[in-house]
Design a binder for this molecule. Structure first.
Ligand SMILES: [Zn+2]
Ligand SMILES: [Zn+2]
Length: 408
Protein backbone atom coordinates (compact mmCIF):
# COMPACT_ATOMS: atom_id res chain seq x y z
CA UNK A 1 0.00 0.00 0.00
CA UNK A 2 1.49 3.35 -1.05
CA UNK A 3 1.38 6.41 1.12
CA UNK A 4 -0.04 9.55 -0.54
CA UNK A 5 2.50 12.33 -1.15
CA UNK A 6 1.26 15.70 0.17
CA UNK A 7 0.42 18.20 -2.63
CA UNK A 8 3.01 20.70 -1.42
CA UNK A 9 5.76 18.09 -1.51
CA UNK A 10 4.66 17.08 -5.02
CA UNK A 11 4.82 20.69 -6.15
CA UNK A 12 8.25 21.14 -4.58
CA UNK A 13 9.52 17.99 -6.35
CA UNK A 14 8.13 19.17 -9.66
CA UNK A 15 9.74 22.59 -9.32
CA UNK A 16 13.03 20.98 -8.33
CA UNK A 17 12.93 18.77 -11.43
CA UNK A 18 12.12 21.73 -13.68
CA UNK A 19 14.90 23.83 -12.13
CA UNK A 20 17.36 20.95 -12.59
CA UNK A 21 16.41 20.65 -16.29
CA UNK A 22 16.95 24.39 -16.67
CA UNK A 23 20.45 24.19 -15.17
CA UNK A 24 21.20 21.16 -17.38
CA UNK A 25 20.69 23.32 -20.47
CA UNK A 26 24.05 24.86 -19.62
CA UNK A 27 25.68 22.30 -17.30
CA UNK A 28 25.12 18.82 -18.67
CA UNK A 29 26.69 17.13 -15.62
CA UNK A 30 24.34 18.74 -13.09
CA UNK A 31 22.33 15.77 -11.81
CA UNK A 32 21.01 16.13 -8.25
CA UNK A 33 19.56 12.60 -8.34
CA UNK A 34 22.83 11.08 -9.60
CA UNK A 35 23.80 9.92 -13.11
CA UNK A 36 23.44 6.21 -12.31
CA UNK A 37 19.89 6.70 -11.05
CA UNK A 38 18.99 8.70 -14.16
CA UNK A 39 20.37 6.01 -16.46
CA UNK A 40 18.29 3.38 -14.64
CA UNK A 41 15.02 5.27 -15.26
CA UNK A 42 12.50 4.00 -17.81
CA UNK A 43 12.43 5.79 -21.17
CA UNK A 44 10.38 8.99 -20.94
CA UNK A 45 10.58 12.31 -22.78
CA UNK A 46 11.82 15.18 -20.61
CA UNK A 47 10.16 18.10 -22.38
CA UNK A 48 11.71 20.80 -20.21
CA UNK A 49 15.21 19.51 -20.90
CA UNK A 50 14.43 19.32 -24.61
CA UNK A 51 13.40 22.95 -25.06
CA UNK A 52 16.76 23.95 -26.69
CA UNK A 53 16.34 21.04 -29.11
CA UNK A 54 12.79 22.17 -29.89
CA UNK A 55 14.05 25.75 -30.39
CA UNK A 56 16.61 24.40 -32.89
CA UNK A 57 13.80 22.95 -35.02
CA UNK A 58 11.46 25.92 -34.50
CA UNK A 59 14.23 28.29 -35.59
CA UNK A 60 13.90 26.91 -39.14
CA UNK A 61 10.51 28.64 -39.32
CA UNK A 62 12.39 31.96 -39.24
CA UNK A 63 12.65 31.56 -43.01
CA UNK A 64 9.01 32.70 -43.20
CA UNK A 65 10.08 36.15 -42.02
CA UNK A 66 13.62 36.55 -43.33
CA UNK A 67 13.32 34.72 -46.68
CA UNK A 68 16.30 33.37 -48.56
CA UNK A 69 19.21 34.39 -50.73
CA UNK A 70 21.68 32.26 -52.71
CA UNK A 71 24.46 33.16 -50.28
CA UNK A 72 22.41 32.04 -47.26
CA UNK A 73 21.40 28.76 -48.89
CA UNK A 74 24.97 27.97 -49.95
CA UNK A 75 26.16 28.75 -46.43
CA UNK A 76 23.66 26.21 -45.10
CA UNK A 77 24.82 23.56 -47.59
CA UNK A 78 28.52 24.14 -46.94
CA UNK A 79 28.09 24.17 -43.16
CA UNK A 80 26.07 20.96 -43.40
CA UNK A 81 28.93 19.12 -45.09
CA UNK A 82 31.72 20.75 -43.07
CA UNK A 83 29.97 19.68 -39.88
CA UNK A 84 28.90 16.30 -41.21
CA UNK A 85 32.60 15.66 -41.54
CA UNK A 86 32.93 16.71 -37.89
CA UNK A 87 30.29 14.17 -36.86
CA UNK A 88 31.68 11.29 -38.89
CA UNK A 89 35.39 12.05 -39.03
CA UNK A 90 35.73 13.45 -35.52
CA UNK A 91 32.99 12.34 -33.10
CA UNK A 92 32.65 8.93 -34.71
CA UNK A 93 35.97 7.87 -36.23
CA UNK A 94 38.19 9.65 -33.72
CA UNK A 95 36.51 10.01 -30.33
CA UNK A 96 34.36 6.87 -30.50
CA UNK A 97 36.73 4.47 -32.24
CA UNK A 98 40.19 6.11 -32.26
CA UNK A 99 40.79 5.02 -35.84
CA UNK A 100 43.63 7.55 -36.17
CA UNK A 101 45.87 9.60 -33.89
CA UNK A 102 46.59 13.26 -33.32
CA UNK A 103 48.34 15.45 -30.74
CA UNK A 104 46.58 16.55 -27.55
CA UNK A 105 46.20 20.05 -28.96
CA UNK A 106 44.95 18.58 -32.24
CA UNK A 107 42.43 16.55 -30.27
CA UNK A 108 41.21 19.73 -28.56
CA UNK A 109 40.78 21.47 -31.93
CA UNK A 110 38.86 18.46 -33.19
CA UNK A 111 36.60 18.63 -30.12
CA UNK A 112 35.91 22.33 -30.79
CA UNK A 113 35.03 21.53 -34.39
CA UNK A 114 32.80 18.68 -33.21
CA UNK A 115 31.05 21.06 -30.80
CA UNK A 116 29.72 23.14 -33.73
CA UNK A 117 27.58 20.16 -34.80
CA UNK A 118 25.25 20.75 -31.80
CA UNK A 119 25.25 17.03 -31.05
CA UNK A 120 26.30 17.39 -27.42
CA UNK A 121 29.85 16.84 -26.15
CA UNK A 122 32.46 14.43 -27.56
CA UNK A 123 32.39 12.15 -24.51
CA UNK A 124 28.58 11.92 -24.45
CA UNK A 125 28.63 11.08 -28.16
CA UNK A 126 31.42 8.51 -27.82
CA UNK A 127 29.88 6.85 -24.75
CA UNK A 128 26.50 6.37 -26.42
CA UNK A 129 28.05 5.19 -29.63
CA UNK A 130 30.30 2.62 -27.96
CA UNK A 131 27.24 1.44 -26.03
CA UNK A 132 25.44 1.03 -29.37
CA UNK A 133 28.22 -1.21 -30.69
CA UNK A 134 28.17 -3.29 -27.51
CA UNK A 135 24.41 -3.81 -27.58
CA UNK A 136 23.47 -3.34 -31.24
CA UNK A 137 19.82 -4.19 -31.82
CA UNK A 138 19.36 -5.83 -28.44
CA UNK A 139 17.02 -4.38 -25.76
CA UNK A 140 19.89 -2.41 -24.18
CA UNK A 141 20.55 -0.51 -27.43
CA UNK A 142 19.24 3.03 -26.88
CA UNK A 143 18.41 3.60 -30.54
CA UNK A 144 17.62 0.33 -32.26
CA UNK A 145 14.70 0.66 -34.72
CA UNK A 146 14.02 -3.06 -34.23
CA UNK A 147 13.63 -2.73 -30.47
CA UNK A 148 12.14 0.76 -30.08
CA UNK A 149 10.63 1.55 -33.47
CA UNK A 150 11.71 3.97 -36.19
CA UNK A 151 10.89 7.34 -34.59
CA UNK A 152 12.37 6.48 -31.23
CA UNK A 153 15.62 5.35 -32.86
CA UNK A 154 15.66 8.45 -35.06
CA UNK A 155 14.82 11.22 -32.58
CA UNK A 156 13.01 9.95 -29.47
CA UNK A 157 15.97 8.42 -27.66
CA UNK A 158 17.83 11.71 -27.26
CA UNK A 159 14.80 13.30 -25.58
CA UNK A 160 14.70 10.60 -22.91
CA UNK A 161 16.00 11.54 -19.49
CA UNK A 162 17.90 8.27 -19.05
CA UNK A 163 20.06 9.07 -22.09
CA UNK A 164 21.17 12.54 -20.94
CA UNK A 165 24.11 11.59 -18.68
CA UNK A 166 27.57 10.63 -19.89
CA UNK A 167 28.97 7.51 -18.24
CA UNK A 168 32.54 8.70 -17.81
CA UNK A 169 33.64 5.25 -16.60
CA UNK A 170 32.99 3.90 -20.12
CA UNK A 171 35.14 6.53 -21.83
CA UNK A 172 38.11 6.63 -19.46
CA UNK A 173 40.54 7.11 -22.34
CA UNK A 174 38.85 10.44 -23.07
CA UNK A 175 37.84 11.43 -19.53
CA UNK A 176 41.50 11.75 -18.52
CA UNK A 177 41.68 15.01 -20.49
CA UNK A 178 40.12 17.81 -18.39
CA UNK A 179 39.71 20.09 -21.41
CA UNK A 180 37.52 17.46 -23.09
CA UNK A 181 35.48 16.93 -19.92
CA UNK A 182 34.96 20.68 -19.72
CA UNK A 183 33.68 20.88 -23.30
CA UNK A 184 31.50 17.86 -22.62
CA UNK A 185 30.04 19.35 -19.46
CA UNK A 186 29.26 22.78 -20.91
CA UNK A 187 28.13 21.40 -24.24
CA UNK A 188 25.93 24.35 -25.24
CA UNK A 189 28.83 26.81 -25.07
CA UNK A 190 30.34 26.07 -28.51
CA UNK A 191 26.95 25.94 -30.30
CA UNK A 192 25.93 29.31 -28.78
CA UNK A 193 29.25 30.91 -29.78
CA UNK A 194 28.96 29.35 -33.23
CA UNK A 195 25.44 30.75 -33.73
CA UNK A 196 26.60 34.20 -32.59
CA UNK A 197 29.57 34.02 -35.00
CA UNK A 198 27.25 33.22 -37.93
CA UNK A 199 24.90 36.04 -36.94
CA UNK A 200 27.88 38.43 -36.59
CA UNK A 201 29.23 37.40 -39.99
CA UNK A 202 25.81 38.13 -41.50
CA UNK A 203 25.81 41.51 -39.81
CA UNK A 204 29.22 42.34 -41.34
CA UNK A 205 28.03 41.21 -44.79
CA UNK A 206 24.93 43.35 -44.45
CA UNK A 207 27.16 46.41 -43.92
CA UNK A 208 30.16 45.68 -46.14
CA UNK A 209 28.68 43.50 -48.90
CA UNK A 210 25.08 44.63 -49.39
CA UNK A 211 25.24 43.36 -52.98
CA UNK A 212 24.95 39.80 -51.67
CA UNK A 213 21.44 40.54 -50.47
CA UNK A 214 21.93 38.55 -47.27
CA UNK A 215 20.88 39.70 -43.80
CA UNK A 216 22.14 38.67 -40.36
CA UNK A 217 18.86 36.97 -39.47
CA UNK A 218 18.76 35.17 -42.79
CA UNK A 219 22.29 33.85 -42.30
CA UNK A 220 21.45 32.74 -38.76
CA UNK A 221 18.30 30.97 -39.94
CA UNK A 222 19.94 29.17 -42.87
CA UNK A 223 23.52 28.80 -41.63
CA UNK A 224 22.62 27.70 -38.13
CA UNK A 225 19.02 26.57 -37.64
CA UNK A 226 18.25 24.93 -41.00
CA UNK A 227 21.74 23.55 -41.57
CA UNK A 228 22.00 22.15 -38.02
CA UNK A 229 18.52 20.61 -38.09
CA UNK A 230 19.31 18.95 -41.43
CA UNK A 231 22.62 17.78 -39.98
CA UNK A 232 20.86 16.23 -37.00
CA UNK A 233 18.40 14.30 -39.19
CA UNK A 234 21.13 13.28 -41.64
CA UNK A 235 23.15 11.85 -38.77
CA UNK A 236 20.10 10.23 -37.19
CA UNK A 237 19.43 8.32 -40.41
CA UNK A 238 22.37 6.14 -39.44
CA UNK A 239 20.73 5.21 -36.14
CA UNK A 240 17.38 4.53 -37.77
CA UNK A 241 17.71 3.81 -41.50
CA UNK A 242 21.16 2.16 -41.53
CA UNK A 243 19.69 -0.73 -39.53
CA UNK A 244 16.71 -1.04 -41.88
CA UNK A 245 17.69 -0.09 -45.43
CA UNK A 246 20.40 -1.54 -47.64
CA UNK A 247 22.43 -4.68 -48.13
CA UNK A 248 24.06 -6.88 -45.53
CA UNK A 249 27.46 -8.01 -46.78
CA UNK A 250 28.59 -9.38 -43.41
CA UNK A 251 26.36 -11.54 -41.27
CA UNK A 252 26.90 -9.49 -38.13
CA UNK A 253 24.84 -10.16 -35.02
CA UNK A 254 22.98 -6.87 -35.46
CA UNK A 255 20.93 -5.77 -38.46
CA UNK A 256 23.34 -3.12 -39.80
CA UNK A 257 23.29 -2.49 -43.55
CA UNK A 258 25.29 -0.88 -46.35
CA UNK A 259 23.52 1.86 -48.27
CA UNK A 260 24.95 4.05 -51.04
CA UNK A 261 22.29 6.74 -50.51
CA UNK A 262 23.03 6.99 -46.79
CA UNK A 263 26.76 7.06 -47.57
CA UNK A 264 26.26 10.15 -49.75
CA UNK A 265 24.04 11.94 -47.20
CA UNK A 266 26.48 11.23 -44.38
CA UNK A 267 29.81 11.41 -46.20
CA UNK A 268 30.54 7.69 -45.88
CA UNK A 269 28.67 6.48 -42.80
CA UNK A 270 26.19 4.58 -44.95
CA UNK A 271 28.62 1.64 -45.15
CA UNK A 272 27.32 0.77 -41.73
CA UNK A 273 27.43 -3.02 -42.08
CA UNK A 274 31.12 -2.79 -43.04
CA UNK A 275 31.64 -0.63 -39.98
CA UNK A 276 29.81 -2.98 -37.63
CA UNK A 277 31.94 -5.85 -38.92
CA UNK A 278 35.20 -3.98 -38.39
CA UNK A 279 34.89 -0.72 -36.49
CA UNK A 280 38.60 0.02 -35.98
CA UNK A 281 39.36 0.96 -39.60
CA UNK A 282 39.46 4.63 -40.61
CA UNK A 283 37.58 3.89 -43.79
CA UNK A 284 34.07 2.52 -43.88
CA UNK A 285 33.77 2.14 -47.64
CA UNK A 286 36.05 -0.87 -48.05
CA UNK A 287 36.41 -0.54 -51.85
CA UNK A 288 36.94 2.36 -54.23
CA UNK A 289 33.33 2.17 -55.42
CA UNK A 290 32.05 2.50 -51.86
CA UNK A 291 32.20 6.30 -51.75
CA UNK A 292 33.52 7.44 -48.36
CA UNK A 293 34.22 11.17 -48.51
CA UNK A 294 35.09 11.37 -44.80
CA UNK A 295 37.91 8.91 -45.43
CA UNK A 296 39.22 10.90 -48.39
CA UNK A 297 39.25 14.04 -46.24
CA UNK A 298 41.00 12.25 -43.38
CA UNK A 299 43.54 10.84 -45.82
CA UNK A 300 44.11 14.38 -47.10
CA UNK A 301 44.53 15.66 -43.54
CA UNK A 302 47.07 12.92 -42.83
CA UNK A 303 49.35 14.36 -45.54
CA UNK A 304 49.57 17.59 -43.50
CA UNK A 305 50.74 15.66 -40.41
CA UNK A 306 47.82 16.97 -38.34
CA UNK A 307 46.56 13.40 -37.96
CA UNK A 308 48.55 10.18 -38.21
CA UNK A 309 48.28 6.37 -38.02
CA UNK A 310 45.14 5.89 -40.09
CA UNK A 311 44.09 2.31 -39.46
CA UNK A 312 43.60 0.10 -42.55
CA UNK A 313 41.04 -2.62 -43.17
CA UNK A 314 42.81 -5.93 -42.43
CA UNK A 315 43.41 -8.34 -45.32
CA UNK A 316 41.40 -11.05 -43.54
CA UNK A 317 38.33 -8.78 -43.46
CA UNK A 318 38.70 -7.95 -47.16
CA UNK A 319 38.95 -11.66 -47.96
CA UNK A 320 35.85 -12.29 -45.88
CA UNK A 321 34.10 -9.51 -47.80
CA UNK A 322 35.15 -11.02 -51.16
CA UNK A 323 33.81 -14.43 -50.12
CA UNK A 324 30.57 -12.88 -48.88
CA UNK A 325 30.11 -10.95 -52.14
CA UNK A 326 30.73 -14.10 -54.16
CA UNK A 327 28.18 -16.10 -52.15
CA UNK A 328 25.69 -13.23 -52.49
CA UNK A 329 26.10 -13.04 -56.29
CA UNK A 330 25.66 -16.81 -56.67
CA UNK A 331 22.56 -16.66 -54.48
CA UNK A 332 21.21 -13.73 -56.54
CA UNK A 333 21.76 -15.69 -59.78
CA UNK A 334 19.92 -18.68 -58.29
CA UNK A 335 17.06 -16.49 -57.18
CA UNK A 336 16.83 -15.00 -60.66
CA UNK A 337 16.60 -18.47 -62.19
CA UNK A 338 14.29 -20.10 -59.68
CA UNK A 339 12.05 -17.37 -58.38
CA UNK A 340 9.62 -15.75 -60.81
CA UNK A 341 10.34 -18.02 -63.78
CA UNK A 342 8.41 -15.60 -66.02
CA UNK A 343 11.12 -13.01 -65.37
CA UNK A 344 14.12 -15.28 -65.14
CA UNK A 345 14.84 -15.42 -68.88
CA UNK A 346 14.70 -11.63 -68.99
CA UNK A 347 17.12 -11.48 -66.08
CA UNK A 348 19.47 -13.81 -67.90
CA UNK A 349 19.25 -11.92 -71.18
CA UNK A 350 20.03 -8.52 -69.71
CA UNK A 351 23.42 -9.45 -68.20
CA UNK A 352 24.34 -11.36 -71.37
CA UNK A 353 23.42 -8.36 -73.54
CA UNK A 354 25.45 -6.11 -71.24
CA UNK A 355 28.46 -8.42 -71.52
CA UNK A 356 28.17 -8.49 -75.34
CA UNK A 357 27.90 -4.69 -75.41
CA UNK A 358 31.01 -4.33 -73.26
CA UNK A 359 32.90 -6.83 -75.40
CA UNK A 360 31.88 -4.95 -78.56
CA UNK A 361 33.05 -1.64 -77.17
CA UNK A 362 36.31 -3.20 -76.09
CA UNK A 363 36.79 -4.79 -79.50
CA UNK A 364 36.81 -1.32 -81.05
CA UNK A 365 39.99 -0.61 -79.12
CA UNK A 366 41.78 -3.73 -80.33
CA UNK A 367 44.27 -2.78 -83.07
CA UNK A 368 44.68 -5.52 -85.65
CA UNK A 369 47.70 -5.33 -87.98
CA UNK A 370 46.69 -3.79 -91.31
CA UNK A 371 48.22 -4.73 -94.63
CA UNK A 372 49.86 -1.75 -96.29
CA UNK A 373 48.26 -2.53 -99.64
CA UNK A 374 44.67 -2.66 -98.38
CA UNK A 375 42.23 -1.82 -101.13
CA UNK A 376 41.10 1.77 -101.47
CA UNK A 377 37.66 2.41 -100.15
CA UNK A 378 36.20 3.53 -103.49
CA UNK A 379 36.54 0.06 -105.04
CA UNK A 380 33.24 -1.70 -105.62
CA UNK A 381 32.66 -5.26 -104.56
CA UNK A 382 33.61 -6.76 -107.97
CA UNK A 383 36.82 -4.83 -108.17
CA UNK A 384 37.58 -5.79 -104.60
CA UNK A 385 37.10 -9.48 -105.36
CA UNK A 386 39.27 -9.31 -108.46
CA UNK A 387 41.93 -7.31 -106.76
CA UNK A 388 41.99 -9.71 -103.83
CA UNK A 389 42.17 -12.71 -106.16
CA UNK A 390 45.10 -11.15 -108.01
CA UNK A 391 46.97 -10.49 -104.82
CA UNK A 392 46.28 -13.97 -103.47
CA UNK A 393 47.25 -15.66 -106.70
CA UNK A 394 51.03 -15.97 -106.19
CA UNK A 395 50.50 -17.58 -102.80
CA UNK A 396 47.55 -19.88 -103.55
CA UNK A 397 48.43 -20.72 -107.17
CA UNK A 398 52.05 -20.86 -108.32
CA UNK A 399 52.75 -19.08 -111.65
CA UNK A 400 51.93 -21.08 -114.79
CA UNK A 401 55.55 -20.72 -116.06
CA UNK A 402 56.89 -22.74 -113.19
CA UNK A 403 54.50 -25.54 -114.16
CA UNK A 404 55.97 -26.05 -117.68
CA UNK A 405 58.20 -29.06 -117.98
CA UNK A 406 60.99 -27.11 -119.67
CA UNK A 407 60.89 -24.21 -117.36
CA UNK A 408 60.05 -21.62 -120.07
ZN1 LIG B 1 24.73 0.73 -35.90
ZN1 LIG C 1 30.83 3.16 -34.79
Amino acid sequence: MTTAVPPLTRLANLLRRRAAALVQWFDADYMPEGAAKMRAMPDRVDWMRCIPFIILHAGCLGVIWCGWSPFAVWTAVILYFVRMFAVTGIYHRYFSHKTYSTSRFGQFLLALWGGTTVQRGPLWWAYHHRHHHQHSDDPEDAHSPHVHGFWWSHIGWITSKRNFPTDYSKVKDLAKFPELVLLNRFDTLIPILFAIAIWGFGWLLEIYAPGLGVTKWQLLTWGFFISTTALFHGTSCINSMAHLMGRRRFKTEDDSRNSFILAIITLGEGWHNNHHRYMSATRQGFYWWEIDITYYMLKGLSYTGFITDLKPVPKSILEEAARADHVASVAAARRAALVHPEYSSFRRVVPAAAAIAVATVNAAHITLPRRPDDPAIHMDVTELAHDQARKDLPRSHPPAASNSPDGT
